[in-house]
Design a protein around this ligand. Structure first.
Ligand code: KG4
Ligand code: ZN
Length: 350
């Protein structure tokens, strides 16, 4: 079964063709990231406008690279939420139109749940992907960490999952992005903090790991603690504006703050994950989402747990292959969506 996936929940316009939920035939991602960099974050109107411009060429390119024409496509899958309303609308309306015109079943999927399904992609004709040799086995425990979400989900079978933990405030990727801004590191913050941290001492600044109930996370206190530590390192008090910090800190101080922040954020993520592994004894553990691209996070997780499955780096950040993969595994237990009425759900919960 060949599924065309479409993803437009944030600033990436993406389309992919995936066969039987595991073979990646194409994965095209056009990002409007450069357009947002000047503003230090995603501007919803710019994202929506750029989806309008890119969506058709991106889909055409995905079909072309997959050497697939419409006759070989068995279904269309699209992210229906959560995300930016204007961005979601472009993807969903395009998918609805194509489903009607090409007469294909349509599946609206949850973006957050799609992230760990990138780990089921184990085969590709594209040469530059390092995929896991085997797909994860169920029940699987998924740590989903991205710019918008930090969730711990037990996927018992493809039709049945349980949310064990969520963030009480900021997503971890959001904390990375805010810390990067504070330190004057380029947008997007995750990769630049991850890189800067390599040359810093992660024990140099003491930062708090939030104590939470159950398997929940919290990152807003950590973010504020980094701000206070940065002000102290610059020899200033709490009233010193954060916008002036980049010029008041030297490179070594920035690296130490980045490394200490990253180490604490990782500790806050791995604590609940390791406890949940002990309590639920899943057969596989998957860490997915944009922050799963962090090499330091992978190193620490591999030390704390026996075998963790990570999607390829290109499938950690937003993409449409994960959307197509999820739709494949859900197709058996879910009815297709109505192409005349599928809506968008900006605040869709897991
Ligand atoms: O999954 P994703 O592309 O979008 C959302 O669904 O939110 O995740 C984007 C997030 C951003 O916050 C970005 O800073 C972070 O993932 N990120 C990283 C790395 N690469 C991207 N965080 C830490 N280390 C990285 N190497
Ligand atoms: Zn995402």
């Amino acid at each position: 079964m060949r599924i065309l996936g479409i993803e437009t929940s944030c600033d990436e316009t993406a389309a992919a063709v995936v066969e039987d939920g595991r073979k990646l035939l194409s994965n095209v991602v056009a990002s409007s990231l450069d357009l947002h960099a000047a503003y230090g974050g995603v501007v919803p109107e710019i994202a929506a406008r750029s989806h309008i411009e890119s969506i058709v060429p991106v889909i055409e390119e995905a079909l072309k690279l997959a050497k697939t024409d419409w006759r070989d496509i068995d279904a269309i899958a699209v992210t229906k939420g959560p995300g930016l309303i204007g961005s979601l609308l472009i993807g969903v309306l395009t998918a609805r139109t194509l489903a009607l015109v090409k007469d294909k079943p349509l599946y609206g999927v949850n973006h957050v749940l799609a992230h760990p399904y990138a780990a089921f992609i184990t085969d590709t004709a594209l040469l530059d992907y390092s995929l896991a040799p085997e797909p994860p086995t169920l029940p699987l425990l998924a740590l989903i960490i991205s710019g918008g979400h930090s969730s711990l989900v037990l996927i018992k079978d493809h039709a049945n999952y349980q949310v064990l933990g969520q963030t009480a405030d900021d997503a971890v990727g959001e904390a990375y992005d805010k810390v990067a801004k504070l330190l004057g590191l380029p947008y997007p913050g995750g990769p630049s903090v991850d890189k800067k941290a390599e040359i810093g001492d992660s024990t140099s600044v003491e930062l708090p790991v939030a104590r939470m109930d159950g398997y929940d996370f919290s990152f807003s206190g950590l973010k504020t603690a980094v701000l206070r530590s940065a002000q102290a390192a610059a020899g200033k008090d709490y009233a010193f504006p954060s916008s002036k910090l980049p010029e008041a800190l030297d490179d070594a101080q920035k690296a130490n703050l980045a490394a200490s922040f990253q180490a604490t954020a990782i500790k806050s993520l791995l604590g609940p994950l390791v406890r949940a592994v002990e309590a639920y004894q899943p057969r596989s553990v998957v860490i997915a989402g944009g922050v799963a691209a962090s090499q330091e996070l992978r190193r620490q997780a591999n030390q704390a747990l026996k075998s963790v499955v990570y999607p390829d780096l290109k499938l950690c950040t937003d993409n449409a292959a994960m959307v197509a993969a999820l739709a494949y595994y859900h197709a058996g237990s879910t009815k297709p969506s109505d192409p005349c009425s599928l809506g968008v759900f900006p605040a869709l919960a897991l």
